[in-house]
Every structure is written in structure tokens, then in C-alpha cells.
Design a protein around this ligand. Structure first.
Ligand SMILES: Cc1cc2nc3c(=O)[nH]c(=O)nc-3n(C[C@H](O)[C@H](O)[C@H](O)COP(=O)(O)O)c2cc1C
Length: 308
């Protein structure tokens, strides 16, 4: 059920799905005292003329200073400035107490150590619902290479942190079909059954993950050709299986089993068992195909056939 647009809480949560940067918007009050608040409603508006906007709550204690028209600056916070963002988002006697700042070319306070800043003359202040849109004409700006601080679903995020946490696309796993003399290496799957040696592909990429997987088996084997690519709807991952003929060595774990229905009976994952049963059949005739599909449905393409 779609929550009513009038439900501020779910509306705020929905806004939170949009990952933003974090800024501190600053100006000087009538006494020349710095004033500022944390904002993520910042957006570029126009390049020529150079305009940007930020939206301030109509009930904000800082609004009078901004509406007075002395101009304002948008300080784009760097990833290490989360505490500063919190300071300028909470009521405080003097938010600038421990902040190094200088006046910008247009006159608004520029906070030290930011990722970028824009110093503006106030072009327009447009009431919009429970906020006022401040449109600024940029009189000066600068950008650095410092990664910015992000805000996502009510939490601060940083590019480094996000990159590590961010899923690298769909979960990709690889398995190595290490074959030797009509048998294949199976290992304990930790579920009381057996499986091919498998690994999740991280930022190192498929090739490096496969090389590491083979090395971990203790066998000498070539990272071979793709044998099967399928979307595993149960485990919600992409599965790529490689045929890797093993030439020597003793497995560090697991054991070789005959490529036959009996030998493969202990495999827990039905999609994997069916795949190896296909290999057993194809090994009989020496004609191998590549499977594309899901863990349930797909097709085998043989050499020279067009992928349909
Ligand atoms: C990440 C973040 C983004 C915010 N964005 C805005 C914003 O765009 N506009 C706004 O008016 N308040 C925003 N706020 C809330 C103000 O920073 C907060 O209400 C602050 O106390 C306002 O100060 P003031 O009342 O002294 O002006 C944001 C707060 C956080 C933590």
C-alpha cells in the first residue's frame, strides 16, 4: 500500500533513499556573526548564469539571517567532517566555536577542510511549503580532490566505506570443476553434503578468484573454460562454473568421486548435481556444451551454435 504523501515520516524515509552529499550553509548575521546549518537539500540550478539552490526550513532559527540578503555559502563537507555536520544540525550556543573559517569572495563564511565551496549572492528566496528555497548566484567557488561526505537513509556514508559495503553488483560465485581421469573433486559443503569447490567473487574479479580457488585445493589445474552460467534464484546469486582439468597433486580437502550418478549423489544443491550429471553424459561422447539460464531453466549451447 502506498503511504499518503501527507505522511511526513514515510515521505522523509522515501527522500532518504536518495543518496546525497552533506553541506553546511553559512552566512553572516546583522552583527557580522557567522550563522550556519547542515543541509543536504543542495542542488545545482544553472551554469550560465551560475546558480544553485538550498532549501531551509521555514521554522529554522537561522532563516532571518539568510533571508536578510547578505548572501550565503555552501560548504560541501569532506568525508572526515561528520562531527561538524552533527554540530551544525543540533541547537548550539555557537556552532562556530571550534571551526576554522574565513570569509569568501562574496563574504560568507567558508569552513576549512571542505571538499568544495560556493560563495553566493542571494538571488531569490522562494517560500515553498514548510521550507524556503534560497537561490544563490555563485560569485566564487573552489573544489578539491577530498572525497565528500554522503548521507543515505538517515546515516552518514563515506565513499571509501560505501565502496567496501556496496555490493559489487549481483552476488557472483564461481565453482571449479576439477576433473581427472573421469572423476571430479568434491568438498564438504558444510551442510552435511558435498559440493564443488566454490568462492564468492569480490573486487579482485573472476579470474583472480578462480586462480585463488584452484590454488586453495592443493591441485595443479588450468583455469579452464566456462561450463555453466546460471542465476541461482534460491541463493540469489550468479553462478559461473569452470571446467579445470587437474593434472597433478593431492587435494588439500575433499575427495575425487566418480563422475556418475552414484558418485554425485551426495551433492546437496540440485542445480549443481544436474550440471555434473550433464558433464558425465557429455564426457561419454566428448562433446561439451555451455549452459545458460537459471538454476531451474536454461539451454545448452554447443560449439558453433548461435546463443539464442
Ligand atoms: C544530513 C542533514 C541534512 C539536513 N538538511 C537540511 C536541509 O536541507 N534544510 C534544512 O532546513 N534543514 C536540514 N537539516 C536540519 C538542520 O540542519 C537542523 O534542523 C538544524 O538544527 C537547523 O538549524 P537552525 O534551526 O539553527 O537553522 C539537515 C540535517 C541533517 C543532519
Amino acid at each position: 500500500m502506498t503511504p499518503p504523501a501527507s505522511d511526513p515520516r514515510s515521505l522523509r524515509d522515501a527522500f532518504g533513499c536518495f543518496m546525497t552529499g552533506v553541506t553546511i550553509v553559512t552566512t553572516l548575521d546583522a552583527a557580522g556573526k557567522p550563522v550556519g546549518f547542515t543541509a543536504n537539500s543542495f542542488s545545482s540550478v544553472s551554469l550560465d548564469p551560475p546558480l544553485l539552490l538550498v532549501s531551509i526550513a521555514a521554522r529554522s532559527a537561522s532563516l532571518p539571517a539568510f533571508a536578510a540578503g547578505r548572501g550565503f555559502a555552501v560548504n560541501v563537507l569532506a568525508e572526515g567532517q561528520k562531527d561538524l555536520a552533527n554540530t551544525f544540525a543540533r541547537p548550539a550556543e555557537n556552532r562556530f566555536a571550534d571551526v576554522y573559517w574565513r570569509q569568501g569572495p562574496v563574504g560568507a563564511p567558508l569552513i576549512a577542510g571542505t571538499s568544495a565551496w560556493f560563495d553566493c549572492a542571494l538571488e531569490q528566496a522562494i517560500p515553498a511549503g514548510d521550507h524556503v528555497i534560497l537561490i544563490g548566484r555563485i560569485g566564487g567557488f573552489a573544489a578539491t580532490s577530498a572525497p565528500g561526505l554522503g548521507y543515505y537513509r538517515g546515516a552518514y556514508v563515506t565513499p571509501a566505506q560505501t565502496a567496501a559495503q556496496l555490493p559489487t553488483g549481483p552476488d557472483v560465485v564461481i565453482s571449479a570443476i576439477l576433473e581427472a581421469q573421469g572423476s571430479v573433486l568434491l568438498v564438504d559443503d558444510g551442510l552435511g553434503g558435498a559440493a564443488l569447490p566454490m568462492a564468492r567473487v569480490g573486487r579482485e574479479g573472476v579470474q583472480a578468484a578462480l586462480a585463488a580457488l584452484i590454488a586453495g585445493t592443493g591441485l595443479t589445474a588450468e583455469p579452464g573454460s566456462i561450463y555453466s552460467v546460471y542465476e541461482d534464484g534460491v541463493q540469489r546469486r550468479q553462478h559461473i562454473a569452470f571446467r579445470c582439468p587437474a593434472s597433478a597433486g593431492t587435494p588439500a580437502r575433499g575427495a575425487f568421486v566418480e563422475l556418475s550418478a552414484e558418485g554425485l549423489a551426495d551433492i546437496t544443491d540440485p542445480a549443481m548435481r544436474i550440471m555434473l550429471e550433464r558433464l558425465a553424459a557429455e564426457a561419454q561422447v566428448g562433446n561439451y556444451g555451455i549452459y545458460f539460464g537459471t538454476h531451474e531453466h536454461g539451454h545448452v549451447t554447443r560449439a558453433g551454435e548461435r546463443l539464442s
